[in-house]
Design a protein. Structure first.
Ligand code: GTB
Length: 217
């Protein structure tokens, strides 16, 4: 059955791979599932046809036969459950990998999103300079904890899993801030994610939308 996802017609990040369709593309590449992409504008996202797929008028969405999904976490979980390669076979290890997916989205990503919002939308406020260090320190708190847990391991719990895919995707949003580099083991962890062939294919595919040129190779 054909899998179709939605992505920005023109991503505001200029093809840096930070929009959430990259996470879904990466998961599909890891499990070797071909997919099609329907590009949508900000206007189209708010129209009834797209809202029928995504009640909040956002990307990404996922369609496969009769199934339509929204929310990146749910989409990646669906892909990981149905295809080998992203979740371990052992039941307990599988539950732990799923726990890391939730941890990435519910515990690590919120302060990172808050930092992004502060930088993007609050720079002109009188209190910006005073608040920014507080927001940055909330990110550091989480990174301290995550860094301590990862230690010198390659991945969060044994072999690479959907938990790592989600955690690396979340941490990638920090790359331009410089904060990630304060944690060499986390920077190296993100680097290990970025060099995975599946991530590279996903990244190149989303970049090609922005540049209008087909992915190299
Ligand atoms: N919880 C949802 C999920 O995980 O799927 C959140 C989906 C979401 O935030 N979608 C964004 C969207 O559609 C795109 S990814 N926004 C349009 C709108 O709400 O009208 C978030 C995103 C956007 C831009 C950048 N960037 O420019 O760097 C990075 C990430």
């Amino acid at each position: 059955m054909t899998i179709t996802i939605t992505a920005f017609e023109r991503s505001p990040d200029g093809g840096k791979g930070l929009a959430r369709d990259t996470r879904v593309r990466w998961a599909l590449e890891e499990v070797g599932q071909p997919y099609e992409v329907r590009l949508v504008s900000f206007g189209t996202m708010k129209e009834p046809a797209h809202r029928a797929l995504h009640p909040f008028g956002q990307i990404p969405t996922y369609e496969e036969g009769d199934l339509a999904l929204f929310e990146t976490g749910s989409i990646v979980f669906h892909i990981a459950e149905r295809h080998a390669g992203l979740l371990p076979g052992d039941a307990n290890a599988r539950s732990r990998a799923i726990t890391w997916m939730f941890a990435a989205l519910n515990t690590v990503e919120p302060p990172i999103l808050e930092l992004g919002t502060a930088r993007l939308l609050e720079g002109d406020k009188s209190w910006y300079e005073e608040r920014l260090p507080l927001v940055e320190d909330r990110v550091r708190d989480r990174l301290d904890q995550l860094s301590g847990r990862l230690g010198e391991a390659d991945w969060l719990d044994g072999a690479f899993s959907a938990g790592d895919l989600m955690m690396v995707s979340v941490l990638l949003r920090l790359k331009s801030s410089g904060i990630l580099d304060e944690y060499p083991n986390l920077a190296a962890y993100v680097g290990r994610g970025e060099v995975r062939p599946a991530y590279k294919r996903a990244f190149d595919a989303q970049l090609a939308v922005y540049t209008g040129k087909p992915p190299a190779g």
